[in-house]
Design a protein. Structure first.
Length: 123
């Protein structure tokens, strides 16, 4: 039974890793296309921050796919190396997601200060 599971999970993990790679490549190309003109044209930095926030969303999505692949891989072959990699990716993804959510909230507050004041989130 375990052999069948290992046989099935190997291509599934590879496919999910390919999806993560594609997400990273698309996100990087998106940043290049949108970011290069803004780097030279935007003196205030707000547009640059928006582009980096967008890029971080791409990276969080890719890390989520990698985490899924590692969960599948760890469920079949549970070596300490696999568990360590899974834990590291989970921690990195959690921190990125936390800081991304915080940056998005700050950005929203800067763009719409009256909305934040009405909802009571403004300090």
């Amino acid at each position: 039974m375990k052999e069948w599971l290992a046989l099935i999970t190997e291509p599934v993990v590879a496919i999910i890793d390919i999806i993560a790679l594609v997400v990273i490549v698309i996100g990087t190309l998106d940043v290049l296309v949108r970011g290069l003109p803004v780097m030279f044209a935007s003196p205030d930095g707000h547009e640059r921050r928006d582009i980096w926030l967008r890029y971080s969303r791409w990276l969080v999505a890719a890390l989520t796919f990698q985490l899924a692949a590692d969960i599948i891989e760890t469920s079949v072959g549970t070596s300490w190396d696999d568990i360590g990699r899974l834990g590291a990716i989970a921690v990195i993804r959690t921190f990125l997601d936390y800081f991304l959510a915080r940056d998005v909230a700050e950005r929203r507050e800067l763009q719409h200060p009256s909305d934040a004041a009405r909802s009571g989130t403004s300090s």
